[in-house]
Design a protein around this ligand. Sequence first.
Ligand SMILES: *Cc1c(COP(=O)(O)O)cnc(C)c1O
Length: 430
Amino acid sequence: MKQLHPQFGFNTLAVHAGTAPDPATGARSFPIYQTTSYVFDDADHAASLFNLQAPGFIYSRLTNPTVAALEEKLATLEGGRGGTVTSSGQAAETLALFPLMAPGMEVIVANKLYGGTINLMGKSYQKFGWNAIFVDSENPEAFRQAVTKKTRAIFIESLANPGGVVVDIESIAKVANEAGVPLVVDNTMATPFLCQPMEWGADLVVHSTTKFLSGQGNAVGGVVIDSGKFTWLENSKFPSLSTPSPEYNGLTFAETFGDLAFTMYSHAISLRDLGCSQSPMNAWITLNGIETLPLRVERHCSNGLTVAKFLEKHPSVEWVSHAGLESSPYYKLGKKYMPDGTGSVFTFGVKGGYESGLKMLESVELFSHVANIGDTRSLILHPASTTHRQLTEEQRIAAGSGPEVIRLSIGIECAEDIIADLDQALRSLG
Ligand SMILES: *Cc1c(COP(=O)(O)O)cnc(C)c1O
């Protein structure tokens, strides 16, 4: 793991980054600043805030102290320069692309992705005139071949949904670099504890903080983190950042804010106009969750691998896709990008196809049948009948969610209890 801080390691930063004691009261748990707005000192102070000439708080759609603490913690843990927290992971994806895209422009997208992302990019973005070009996530050369003059970004997941697929971040980062566009990596399933995509050349990292970061299935949220390294002024592809903004007295974000340009734009324009900001309460829940991220993810990973090994030997199981299994085609990439573990979300194929898949869901007792991952509790899902239901059969198979596929998100309970529950459910299939 990259040394993120000259003095402190990851576990220390997970607890402390962004959350110093409250200067006003000394409160040690970071306060929930449950306010919409902030009193200006005087008219000049207000003017300088609105002109982006002074840092400070105006209105919680743009910035809020509790949300800002979460932004700092997440940017630190990813090794980035700045962060923008959003109302959900889906919102984070749109916020990552908003400064980059324009009608008629293209984003090259990996085909193995969270089902919601495939819908968002493949369908809804067409309404903005943004074109998503889907390519084989396992073939960096396919990304290169898809580059055109209209390409404005490349989007991948580090550990791809619905599970078990490790993507070759470094090779795809090279393609993005040569094309002169940012690589955006959705790092939700790996978390910065297992993988820091910026270390391998990613320019922007997005998360659904709903999952392992908040960690207990109780707060929807997202974040975009910018490495601060992309040179927006190098070509003319990104006028939002490289040309004057009339609404801010003609300031040019990339000139005025340097390596904070993307993050400043995201607050001053993207959040201001799209309004997908996070509530202080959810930011506070997520701040607390992240303090225990390293402990939880270690247990998630060890339980996940134990369960995957059990399933691999089970007579009612056709295959298991977990990058920690030596049989996995992603084992080597996993060792490179996620040496401490490849997460606890993975898929397996149950014998008997669609019908067995549904029966399995009805037979488990400890597992919860929900459309979520990254909870302390073990979760189970049949993507073909739920999250990937709106896709065509062809898209479902391409996305690794065919009729026999079951997705597990292994929790932090006792591994033997998780295994016993799966075993009785598999036996009930006959
Ligand atoms: C859940 C998820 C999202 C969407 O996040 P929400 O917080 O549900 O909006 C995006 N990407 C991945 C990989 C996810 O798992």
